[in-house]
Design a protein. Structure first.
Lengths: 261, 302
């Protein structure tokens, strides 16, 4: 039944001043890249990627951006939320050397993905980017999973610049078999173009406004009717090249086009 | 050779499976995808005068025997929707524009726009069970329904199909009013007004509290409506509600429907549901010696 299971928050971790992780009991199998719908009673129900997968427990990691995430930010251990999932398809880690590129809250789903890759014996290179030092998270955990390169827009930590620029250089230096990314769509679009040009395998986790998360309402569609909640949120290179709206526009809650940049 | 083509007024369909309104009908890409999956026609998302965000989530959940939704008629508005229609030239099946307005003037305006955009027919949403001032609130009164249909018919020359609710008194009275107003067919039914209370939260699960129930659970109600409307009206009836398999589609046609619409089954069966229903129906027709939909349509009424 695709219906919210009501659970109590088990643990809360403050990742940085703006980002928290909430741990909840979760007994089903979930793969990195898959997501859940988090119900904040009386406020909203929003999509969240799984950011840690443990035995009988998962976390999701979020930034306070509006009503729903604001309310989540104030919640305490023992508070009640609803969870629907696992939803969508997770990452497929192919090849031996994988470059993970995460921007902003897009870093969240890459932690369990890099963990799984390490477990599978892959060689990880990880680029995580944020606007500024304070907004970085998962640095310690990522360090343990592979070669970590940090970028900040203002240079307050790691390399100064956009994650996409730094990733481009890393791609040429490290020659990964595959790039796995989540973050701002323009960043992912640039990485897609780079991987197409260089013939490198590629997957990205795409965000669209979601309502039903049942594959019915069509709110989350990209390209030729691909439902991010159902066929996504993770898409391959070949699929994304054909989506003429990827990296061009998203849609607001009414379905109107909102152009990037 | 069996032929599963059907006619609804002047619309010719390659088969009797139609995508129901509000399901994947909001973007040009999703409409193209459904067309390529074998549907006989497509109904767009219900479109209004202005952009509407709809209600906050949860807007839809799966419950026993169906889906409960209270989207709240989110839509980009009729002006912006042109962008989607401009991109669907390659679709070679009829596309029916669904519209909702607060009065006959808005309906007539929206219908004219849809006709100008090049759509093949109009569906009037007189039945959405969860949007204040729209849908069911308008569609409960035979007088208003007659008036809305009449005004729309004055403005457009493409077929007009009001979509009715089973929540509004006697559906036959509403159907007759629609026919008097000049409707070219009726669509029955929209989702049924319903509620799910979560026993852990001790509150209704949907943000809007009340929603509309679709899927298998409403099929017997919808089949009864289609049966009664087919018996009492002279215009075509399109059946909607819980159509998931070819058996369901056959049942509706036996009750008098000339086509069926499919919504919730896209969740239960995936997008192959259209082609699967057509295949099953063809086999059944062969086994029963029916050559066309008309051969068995309404047989249960006799
Ligand atoms: C598959 C998927 C996975 C996601 N994973 C994460 C994650 O791990 N961490 C994280 O911080 N964020 C994640 N997001 C984004 C997150 O869902 C939004 O930031 C959140 O919904 C904002 O809600 P709000 O009420 O706080 O903000 P609002 O003020 O309502 O909105 C702020 C912005 O958030 C977006 N948003 C609002 N509601 C939705 C919705 N129902 N669906 C999609 N986007 C919405 C809108 O684009 C809006 O511009 C994910 C989104 C998707 C689609
Ligand atoms: C998510 C969802 C959104 C819907 N949106 C609309 C809509 O915008 N306009 C409309 O006339 N009906 C809408 N409906 C109702 C369907 O078109 C259909 O009448 C109803 O779901 C019954 O059919 P089904 O059992 O095959 O789903 C919606 C239904 C669902 C599940
Ligand atoms: S959110 Fe409704 S189809 Fe994806």
């Amino acid at each position: 039944m695709n219906y919210p299971e009501i659970v109590r928050i088990k643990e809360i971790v403050e990742e940085n001043p703006y980002v928290k992780s909430i741990f909840i009991p979760f007994s089903k199998t979930i793969e990195p890249g898959q997501f859940i719908m988090v119900l904040i009673p009386g406020v909203d129900e929003i999509p969240m990627s799984v950011s840690r997968i443990k035995d009988g427990e998962i976390s999701f990691t979020f930034k306070r951006v509006g009503d729903a995430t604001g309310k989540l930010f104030e919640m305490e251990i023992g508070d009640v939320i609803g969870v629907r999932g696992p939803l969508g398809n997770g990452f497929e880690l192919r090849g031996e050397r994988i470059l993970f590129v995460g921007g902003g809250t897009g870093i969240a789903p890459l932690l369990p993905a890099a963990e799984k890759a390490k477990h599978l014996g892959k060689e990880n290179i990880i680029v995580i980017g944020a606007k500024t030092k304070d907004e970085l998270f998962f640095v310690g955990e990522m360090k343990k999973l592979g070669k970590l390169i940090i970028s900040t827009d203002d240079g307050s930590e790691g390399e100064k610049g956009l994650a996409a620029d730094i990733a481009e250089r890393v791609i040429d230096e490290e020659k990964p078999d595959m790039v796995v990314t989540c973050g701002p769509e323009l960043m992912m679009k640039r990485l897609l173009d780079i991987c197409v040009e260089r013939g490198i395998d590629f997957q990205a986790s795409v965000e669209r406004y979601m309502k039903c998360a049942l594959g019915l309402c069509g709110q989350c569609c990209i390209g030729e009717g691909l439902r991010v909640c159902k066929e996504g949120p993770v898409f391959d290179k070949d699929t994304l090249i054909k989506c003429s709206d990827f990296g061009v526009f998203t849609r607001d809650a009414s379905g109107r086009r909102v152009y990037f940049g | 050779m069996v032929n599963i083509g059907t006619r609804i007024s002047e619309l010719k369909l390659r088969n009797p499976t139609i995508l129901a309104s509000g399901i994947l009908g909001e973007t040009s890409g999703s409409m193209k995808r459904v067309a390529s999956c074998g549907a006989g026609a497509i109904v767009t998302k219900s479109i209004g005068m202005k952009p509407r965000e709809g209600y906050p989530n949860p807007t839809a959940v799966e419950i026993e025997c169906g889906i409960l939704n209270s989207m709240g008629l989110p839509n980009p508005g009729i002006e912006e929707f042109k962008k989607e229609i401009d991109e669907i030239d390659e679709i070679d099946i009829p596309v029916i524009g669904s519209i909702f307005g607060k009065d006959e003037k808005e309906f007539a305006f929206l219908a004219k726009k849809m006709e100008e955009y090049g759509l093949d027919a109009i569906e009037l949403n007189l039945s959405c069970p969860h949007a204040r001032g729209y849908g069911l609130e308008i569609g409960s009164s035979p007088d208003i329904v007659r008036e809305v249909v009449r005004e729309v018919k004055k403005k457009v020359s493409i077929p007009v199909f009001p979509k009715l609710s089973a929540n509004a008194g006697d559906i036959v009275d509403i159907g007759k009013a629609a026919e008097e107003g000049g409707a070219d067919g009726v669509v029955a039914i929209n989702s049924l007004r319903a509620m799910k209370i979560d026993i852990h939260l001790k509150k209704p699960i949907l943000y809007n509290r009340v929603g509309g129930y679709s899927g298998k659970g409403i099929k017997p109600v919808a089949v009864r409506c289609v049966y009664e409307l087919s018996r009492e009206l002279d215009i075509p009836v399109i059946g909607v509600g819980g159509v998931e398999t070819w058996e369901d589609a056959v049942e509706y046609i036996l009750a008098g429907a000339c086509a069926v619409q499919i919504g919730a089954a896209v969740y239960y069966r995936g997008l192959s549901v259209f082609a699967e229903i057509c295949e099953g129906m063809k086999r059944w027709m062969e086994e029963n010696g029916f050559e066309s939909i008309e051969d068995f349509r309404g047989v249960a009424l006799k």
